[in-house]
Design a binder for this molecule. Structure first.
Ligand SMILES: Cc1cc2nc3c(=O)[nH]c(=O)nc-3n(C[C@H](O)[C@H](O)[C@H](O)COP(=O)(O)O)c2cc1C
Length: 186
C-alpha cells in the first residue's frame, strides 16, 4: 500500500493509563470520524476503574497492546494517519517519549508518528506543580514532580508535536486538524 493510495486518512489516538481528563478525552474521541484507537495496557485497566466503555462511532478500530513489536504501528508508514493524538498522556508515557523510548503501543505510535512526520497532539497530564485530578472515587490533589514538569516542557521542543494543557486546547487542536483535513481534501 503506497502512501498516496490511502483515500481517507484517519486519526490515530493513543489512550494511556491516566485518569486526568480520561472521561473528557473519550467524549472528544466519540465525535471523531475515521478513528483508530491505540490502548495502552494501563489504559485498558483505567477504563474499567472509571467504569467507562469505549462506545465509539461505527468504523472505529481499537488496537490493544498485545504484541512486543507493536504491530499496529505499521499504518504510520503507509499514510493511514494524518494526525496522532496522545490523550490523556501519563507522566510515564511523556517521560519515555522525550527519552526516545518506544517499548509499548502508546510510545511506539508516538515514535513512529515522529519518524513518519505525522503531526502529533499530546495532552500531557503534568502541567503545573499542583493540580486537581479525578480519581475513580472523586477529585484528588496531585503535585507533579520537577522531572514530570521538565519532561512536559521537553516534549514541546519536538518537531511536529503540539503539547496541550487543557481540554479546551485539546479540542481546538483537534478541530484545527479537522479543518486542515477538509481543506487538503477539497
Ligand atoms: C485510577 C488510576 C489513575 C491514574 N491516573 C494517572 C494520571 O492521571 N497521570 C499519570 O501520570 N499516571 C496515572 N496513573 C498511573 C499510570 O496508569 C501508570 O503510571 C502506568 O504505568 C502508565 O502506563 P502507560 O503510560 O503505558 O499508559 C493512574 C493509575 C490509576 C490506577
Amino acid at each position: 500500500m503506497a502512501r498516496d493510495k490511502v483515500k481517507k486518512p484517519r486519526f490515530g489516538w493513543a489512550l494511556t493509563g491516566s485518569g486526568h481528563y480520561f472521561k473528557e478525552c473519550l467524549a472528544v474521541m466519540q465525535r471523531l470520524p475515521d478513528l483508530d484507537v491505540f490502548v495502552s495496557k494501563a489504559a485498558a485497566e483505567v477504563i474499567r476503574m472509571y467504569k467507562q466503555d469505549l462506545a465509539l462511532p461505527d468504523g472505529t478500530r481499537i488496537f490493544k497492546d498485545t504484541t512486543a513489536s507493536a504491530v499496529p504501528v505499521g499504518g504510520f508508514y503507509y499514510g493511514v494517519y494524518h494526525t496522532l493524538v496522545v490523550a490523556p498522556a501519563t507522566s510515564n508515557t511523556v517521560a519515555k517519549a522525550v527519552a526516545g523510548i518506544s517499548d509499548n503501543l502508546a510510545t511506539n505510535v508516538f515514535a513512529q508518528a515522529g519518524k513518519c512526520r505525522v503531526p502529533a497532539i499530546v495532552f500531557a497530564c503534568d502541567t503545573a506543580p499542583e493540580m486537581d485530578t479525578e480519581a475513580p472515587k472523586g477529585m484528588v490533589k496531585v503535585y507533579p514532580r520537577r522531572i514530570d514538569l521538565e519532561n512536559t516542557e521537553r516534549l514541546r521542543s519536538f518537531d511536529d508535536t503540539t503539547v496541550v494543557e487543557s481540554l479546551g486546547d485539546l479540542e481546538a487542536a483537534v478541530e484545527a486538524r479537522l479543518r486542515w483535513l477538509k481543506s487538503s481534501c477539497s
